[in-house]
Design a protein around this ligand. Structure first.
Ligand SMILES: NC(=O)c1ccc[n+]([C@@H]2O[C@H](COP(=O)([O-])OP(=O)(O)OC[C@H]3O[C@@H](n4cnc5c(N)ncnc54)[C@H](OP(=O)(O)O)[C@@H]3O)[C@@H](O)[C@H]2O)c1
Length: 340
């Protein structure tokens, strides 16, 4: 069997990837872990054993890629932009978690369970882009509803977990909680702010129109994945002091009347989705329940009375963005292509 390389294997997404690969019974001998020079010499638990980390310098990467069939990138856009083409030169399929190739028409942008059909024309070697985590979570829940009519507009408000900003931000949130409890100064070196007991705009750059990059990703990537350039997408993305799993309030406008009961039935039948929607309104998706889960939890499914002619559906979703929003989706793409 061919090798599997993970670039960024020590980070939040990389560690989740390792957990999923070990859970699928992939032998440790097939896996190579690369990270920044500061992680060289570290060993990372894998299944019953461990893997050692090497530096992602050009020579080590080339050597690892030559022994691999698939390379998962989880080290940010700069690293992917530099090294994914090298992986392709070495004959690999590169599956990239960063945004480096998401707008490149030569690189399929795939949510497993939604648009794998775009992989039909894909020939190895090449680069496949994993979409933005909020987009994957939203579209996994939205796509099954296309059976009920054409979706004209998506309005999304996100409540995004701190782990979306990486392992260091997650560690800082925990450190802030400890410092708060002991009355110490809150550490803010990573985030630059108090996260605990706070809610703040997504920490990505804001463009001249006042839209942050996460909101733009939801717009651009939703249109591309759903294959509808006319789809209107409005988003407000914020972070909340949750360790992992994003929540999203989604409002959908259809081209015809849609019965919320029909929407619920479609979601109950959909793979990768679990309806959590108590009739008394007290049972609904929560990040804590979505954490560590493969499924996107969907609830609060109701008519959006702000859309005329009964053409609106509102719902609330939660999904583990390290899992389906990143690592699991990447593994599912590799499985679809029989690369594991
Ligand atoms: N976190 C999420 O929920 C999420 C969801 C979807 C997509 N993504 C994307 O996935 C990627 C990784 O995110 P993350 O949250 O896992 O970040 P992270 O926790 O900060 O991990 C970053 C990883 O990249 C490695 N790295 C940093 N600089 C490197 C270099 N020059 N060469 C090689 N490796 C380097 C780090 O190694 P060291 O440990 O040695 O520093 C670490 O393994 C990003 O592109 C992110 O946008 C993240």
């Amino acid at each position: 069997m061919e090798g599997i390389t993970i670039v960024g294997g020590t980070g939040a997404v990389g560690l989740e990837l390792l957990g999923i690969l070990a859970g699928r019974g992939i032998a440790p001998g097939r896996c190579r872990l690369l990270a920044s020079p500061s992680s060289v010499g570290r060993t990372i638990p894998y299944g019953d054993g461990s893997l050692s980390v090497a530096a992602a310098d050009d020579a080590t990467c080339r050597s690892a890629f030559k022994k691999s069939g698939v390379v998962f990138f989880a080290a940010g856009s700069e690293v992917s932009g530099r090294l994914a083409p090298m992986a392709v030169e070495c004959g690999c399929v590169a599956i990239d978690n960063s945004s480096a190739f998401r707008s490149d028409p030569a690189c399929p942008l795939v949510v497993a369970g939604v648009n794998e059909s775009t992989l039909e024309g894909f020939r190895s070697p090449g680069i496949i882009a994993n979409p933005n985590c909020s987009t994957i979570i939203a579209l996994t829940a939205i796509a099954p509803l296309r059976k009920l009519g054409r979706i004209l507009r998506i309005t999304a408000s996100t409540y995004q977990a701190i782990s979306g900003a990486g392992a260091a931000a997650m560690a800082e949130l925990e450190a802030q909680a400890r410092a708060w409890a002991s009355g110490d100064r809150l550490p803010t070196e990573q985030s630059g702010r108090q996260m605990i007991f706070n809610v703040f705009s997504h920490d990505s750059p804001v463009d001249v129109d006042g839209v942050n990059e996460e909101e733009r990703k939801l717009e651009r990537e939703s249109r591309r994945i759903l294959g509808d350039d006319a789809l209107r997408v409005s988003a407000t993305c914020v972070r909340v002091p949750v360790l992992r799993a994003h929540a999203e309030a989604l409002y959908l406008e259809f081209d015809r009347a849609v019965d919320p009961r029909a929407a619920r039935a479609e979601l109950e039948a959909a793979a990768g989705v679990e309806v959590v929607d108590g009739p008394d309104g007290k049972k609904f998706p929560e990040p804590i329940d979505a954490s560590g889960r493969d499924e996107i939890l969907v609830g609060r499914i109701r008519r959006d009375s702000g859309v005329p002619e009964d053409r609106g559906i509102a719902m609330f979703v939660c999904g583990d963005q390290l899992r389906k929003g990143a690592a699991l989706n990447a593994v599912q793409i590799a499985e679809h292509l029989r690369l594991l």
